[in-house]
Design a protein around this ligand. Structure first.
Ligand code: UN1
Length: 514
């Protein structure tokens, strides 16, 4: 099975393709079935990045057994000592940033600069959550009774199931695992099958940082067998999931039946609003980055651009002009700006939306094709695609496409822009470009989303503020920032009565003498 040194060579694609196991109870091990699956490169579907354990419920059970054994000692470990391991993990992530980023680009396609950003987001989170080890604030409040002390502390939930997507394969697992760990939980981690190599490398690093056996476990494989086994195991007390709204609804439904804590970060239909007074050069750069960064495969991607009628024509022309200059190709090439999308089925689903947009009567202003010629032949490449004359109720303006396709909608006023921006089932990230301070503040107040940007696109959240959305984007939880700890702790309220007598709350302090 993989050792640290072996897997370092493997991840860089040297020599033959290697097979990686699950990480359970501090040991790398095969799936009980002995079966494996391949993770293949988005830029070249003939290139296998690695083979991974095709796990099932038995493997999940073994991982949960290990987590259960580790939990008591881990929760009793002082939080600052738990945090030291996260500091160490931050250093190891920094040391292996380039290697991780290259693996990520090979495995899921995002361009190298962005892959480095993805790893950086995990480093930032490791440092932030390591700091939490010396905070994890509770409250002390005055009691209404004399000689009585009242306080609250945070207690870990227990075993947390972490189910993550392929689009931020290092950052998103870190958003979930690091706060869970510093708070004293044990983790069973199921990465997306498309980014199993990134998942393995991240766990190798955490193992090297010195987390005790059983505290972090990795089980690779599909959502139906591995993810649902985690959801169904009564000893897993909380699930943290980032994925599609369809999967989120299914998982949250089951967790509801089991009275299990579930936090979901799901789809988005994010929009930039461009007012008549906007700085157009700034808008164009932001719109291109928001729409086509990560080939549009961010929950936060700009998939609608709502433009005031006075700037509509100018915006469309300049946006198309700038988009034409984007260089597509293998994300490992330094000058490439847009890489492939993750896999064939995503490619087809994105392209279906292009056909839907055309049928709905939107005007295809640029792109619209799957690329199959020359260097693109073996990869999953879709042209950056721009639709104009989109009506707010069209499917391409309502449904998450998760690819490099964006829809431009013309509006006549600021109020109409807000209405259109808010007019979807999602509420992750919305943005307003204006020079008018009153409108900027009005937008902050009125936009219905977990994240609001002024004069910046819908992507680029930093880890020190809460991340998540309203409406069907989530179920009320937030990742990152101070809010992240709430997902992974229970409040315990403690009263210490040192009066030496029975004191009755709500009664003794209010006794009336008739
Ligand atoms: C996601 O797409 O799920 O704000 C995460 C951003 C990144 C995170 C995106 N920092 O675009």
């Amino acid at each position: 099975m993989s050792t640290k040194t072996e897997s370092r060579d493997k991840a860089e694609g040297k020599g033959t393709v290697q097979t990686y196991g699950n990480f359970i109870d501090g040991k790398w091990q095969k799936a009980k079935s002995g079966e494996t699956f391949a993770s293949i490169s988005s830029a070249d579907q003939n290139e296998v990045v690695g083979h991974f354990a095709l796990s099932g419920p038995d493997d999940v059970k073994a991982a949960v057994d290990a987590a259960e054994r580790a939990f008591t000692a881990w929760r009793r470990t002082p939080a600052p000592a738990r945090a030291e391991l996260l500091f160490k993990a931050a250093q190891l992530l920094e040391a292996r940033k380039e290697e991780l980023a290259r693996t990520m680009t090979r495995e899921m396609g995002k361009v190298l600069k962005e892959a480095r950003g993805d790893v950086q987001e995990a480093i930032d989170m490791a440092k932030y959550m390591a700091g939490e080890g010396r905070r994890l604030f509770g409250q002390t409040v005055p009691s209404e009774l004399p000689n009585k002390f009242a306080m609250s502390v945070r207690a870990p939930i227990g075993i947390v199931g972490v189910i993550t997507p392929w689009n931020f394969p290092v950052a998103i697992p870190s958003w979930k695992m690091f706060p869970a760990l510093v708070a004293g939980n044990c983790v069973v981690f199921k990465p997306a099958t498309d980014t199993s190599a990134c998942g393995v490398m991240l766990v190798e690093i955490l193992n090297e940082a010195g987390f005790p056996p059983g505290v972090i476990n990795l089980v690779t494989g599909g959502g139906g067998k591995v993810g649902m086994a985690l959801v169904n195991d009564p000893r897993v007390h909380a699930i943290s999931l980032t994925g599609s709204t369809t999967v989120g609804r299914q998982v949250a439904g089951r967790c509801g039946e089991l009275m299990k804590r579930i936090s979901c970060e799901l789809g988005g239909k994010n929009a930039i609003c461009v007012m008549e007074d906007a700085d157009m050069d700034l808008v164009i750069e932001g719109a291109v980055w928001g729409s086509f960064g990560t080939a549009g495969q961010r929950c936060t991607a700009t998939s609608r651009i709502i433009v005031h009628t006075k700037r509509y024509k100018e915006f469309c022309e300049k946006f198309v002009e700038r988009t034409k200059q984007l260089k597509l190709g293998n994300g490992l090439d330094a000058d490439v700006e847009v890489g492939p999308v993750v896999n064939r089925s995503q490619l087809e689903s994105i392209h279906e939306y292009v056909e839907i947009g055309k049928k709905e009567g939107a005007k295809l202003l640029y792109g619209g094709n799957i690329l199959t010629h020359g260097e693109f032949a073996n990869g999953c490449y879709h042209e950056p695609t721009i639709f104009g004359d989109v009506k707010p109720d069209m499917r391409i303006a309502q449904e998450e496409i998760f690819g490099p396709v964006t829809a431009i909608i013309e509006v006549k006023s600021f109020e109409e822009a807000l209405k259109v921006a808010n007019g979807t089932d999602y509420g992750l990230s919305l943005s307003m470009y204006t020079q008018d301070v009153n409108r900027a503040f009005m937008a902050m107040q009125e936009l219905e989303s977990g994240i609001v940007y002024i004069n910046a696109p819908t992507i680029g959240a930093e880890i020190q503020l809460p991340f998540g959305g309203v409406k069907q984007t989530g179920n009320g939880h937030r990742e990152a920032g101070v809010a992240a700890i709430d997902q992974f702790t229970e409040w315990k309220s403690i009263y210490v009565d040192y009066s030496g007598r029975l004191q009755k709350a709500q009664i003794d302090a209010y006794e009336t003498h008739e």
